[in-house]
Design a protein around this ligand. Structure first.
Ligand SMILES: [Zn+2]
Length: 300
């Protein structure tokens, strides 16, 4: 049987899976991402594929590797297969697809983790059959991907980088070095920081529970973040005519406490009711499933 490897190199975990040519997952792995691997990410991916094949043999799965798909965060140029920049993982201008292709004598596909996640949501998840959707991942950072006319938009390596749009002049400092980026005020990490800044304990999840308990200070922080999200998301939805907003990442676990006021804000901002806001369905498996789909496309 032909085996398809899908690898998602995340900021903290490398998630990987081996699938059959129909895209059915045969086995999956998760391991810690080495600290700032830089160009060594090529070795990380090659070792991960080797470990998957080893597990397959151990489980009596008879097959040969037919394609590899690998997705990474940061700036990715899909046209050239270059991983342009990742602040957290420490690479710059890495010709990822080329380097991986030198390691494997099967087709290799590379991509961006959030765009791959949306591709998976389109095929198997919450955007199934939708002609248009915006996927916004709210985790340590904020990134987005846009589906338009049934295709995931990949214009340049800057596509989807909504997290670094400035929404608050002189706001909190962002990982990019500027002040008041959306990511610095409305990511799960930023909400946790704002909460602790008030002398409270915990993280965004604790804050969310305080919102549900009616804590006025918690509600002020929460609603402020939602207003900033709307400020950035609404123009994208208006320009692209997007009627489905998928929220992923850790903050999506807040459920209706986040999704309902976010939808209210969006409806108000864009001036019509034809917008649905929902939680992404595939959770932290989305990007590895998307990498698998990219690998399958590469074999077609
Ligand atoms: Zn920034």
């Amino acid at each position: 049987m032909a085996l398809i490897a899908g690898i998602d190199v995340g900021g903290t975990r490398v998630k990987s899976m081996l699938s059959d040519p129909d895209g059915s997952v045969l086995l999956s792995h998760s391991a810690s991402t080495p600290a700032r691997p830089g160009a060594g990410v090529v070795d990380v991916i090659a070792d991960t594929v080797a470990a998957l094949l080893e597990s397959a043999r151990a489980e009596g799965i008879d097959g040969v590797l037919a394609a590899v798909g690998a997705v990474v965060p940061g700036l990715v140029d899909e046209a050239t297969g270059s991983a342009t920049w990742s602040a957290n993982l420490g690479w710059r201008d890495l010709p990822l697809r080329q380097r991986l292709q030198e390691r494997f004598d099967v087709p290799v596909a590379t991509g961006h983790d959030v765009r791959a996640g949306l591709l998976a949501e389109f095929h198997h998840g919450a955007a199934q059959g939708a002609p248009d959707a915006l996927f916004v991942a709210l985790g340590t950072g904020i990134a987005s991907a846009l589906l338009a006319g049934g295709r995931v938009v990949a214009g340049s390596e800057w596509t989807g980088e909504v997290g670094h749009v400035i929404v608050e002049r002189d706001g909190p400092v962002c990982g990019c070095g500027r002040h008041g980026c959306l990511e610095a005020v409305a990511s799960a990490a930023a909400l946790g920081r704002a909460w602790r800044h008030l002398g409270r304990e915990g993280d965004a999840e604790t804050l969310c529970r305080a919102v549900e308990d009616g804590d006025p200070e918690a509600i002020r922080i929460w609603q402020g973040a939602i207003d900033h999200l709307v400020q950035v998301i609404a123009p994208v939805c208006a320009a692209a005519g997007t009627r489905l907003l998928l929220i992923g990442g850790g903050l999506a676990l807040a459920g209706t406490t986040l999704l309902d006021p976010l939808r209210d804000g969006l409806v108000h901002a864009i001036g019509h009711e034809r917008v649905t806001v929902t939680q992404a369905a595939l959770g932290d498996r989305a990007a590895a499933l998307g990498a698998t789909l990219l690998a399958l496309e590469a074999t077609a």
